[in-house]
Design a protein around this ligand. Structure first.
Ligand code: BEZ
Length: 213
């Protein structure tokens, strides 16, 4: 099944390193990063899972839970967790789904047979509290992901959900934003009383709104 932005993330029940997960119930009212990796006891995956563990405080700040997946059995996940802690300095602090029966991989189309017919690719889904898919990414097995980019997208999504702005190329938290084209200049005066820099009628740069304001 091809999942697209705006679709409801399919619910599932699957075994994990944190016990059985009922996905929607586990997600609760938080944002979720659901990501697959190809295989346990592999080098790139080891670095990725260490990094996601290291970043847990950053995910917490954004009311976001991480959950990983591969088609390896649960005993492998538990055995591998020791290697992740030993080599990356951060022990697994989020659940890893053991998707040996490929239930979740198939639901989320994480196996791309022309790349590899048995292993999951490096898929990423950002899912919002309404369970809508807000971002999809697919990386090849040989390329470790940049989880700073995933945090950056979370920041953008959480900001643009609350204010009538979009974020420009390479935007990072605190940088100027763009007033969305659907807002008239008349309405912008109320929404952005400190003004904006109109580079073109369709390109109006504004200071990043302060979250909570
Ligand atoms: C890795 O995580 O290092 C990896 C996994 C599968 C294929 C290639 C690399």
């Amino acid at each position: 099944m091809t999942l697209r932005l705006g679709d409801i993330a399919p619910d599932f029940e699957q075994d994990s390193t944190a016990g059985k997960i009922r996905f929607h119930e586990w997600a609760g009212d938080d944002w979720v990063i659901l990501f697959s990796h190809p295989k346990d006891f592999t080098p790139v995956c080891t670095t990725e899972l260490g990094e996601v563990s290291r970043l847990k405080p950053e995910f917490d700040k954004r009311n976001t839970k991480a959950i990983g997946l591969s088609v390896d059995p649960i005993d492998d996940h538990h055995a591998w967790a020791g290697d992740i802690e030993e080599t990356q300095g951060h022990g697994l602090n989020f659940p890893l789904l053991a998707d040996s029966d490929r239930k979740v991989s198939d639901l989320y189309d994480m196996i791309h047979p022309n790349a590899n017919d048995t292993l999951t690719v490096r898929s990423v889904f950002i899912i919002d509290p309404a369970k809508k898919i807000r971002l999809t990414l697919t990386y090849p097995a040989s390329t470790g992901r940049n989880f700073a980019e995933i945090l950056r997208v979370l920041d953008s999504l959480q900001l643009t959900d609350g204010y009538k702005v979009a974020t420009p190329v390479n935007w990072c938290e605190g940088d100027d934003c763009i007033i969305v084209p659907s807002v008239s200049n008349e309405d912008a005066k109320t929404l952005f009383p400190e003004g904006w820099d109109e580079k073109k009628p369709y390109l109006r740069m504004v200071k990043q709104p302060k979250k909570g304001s």
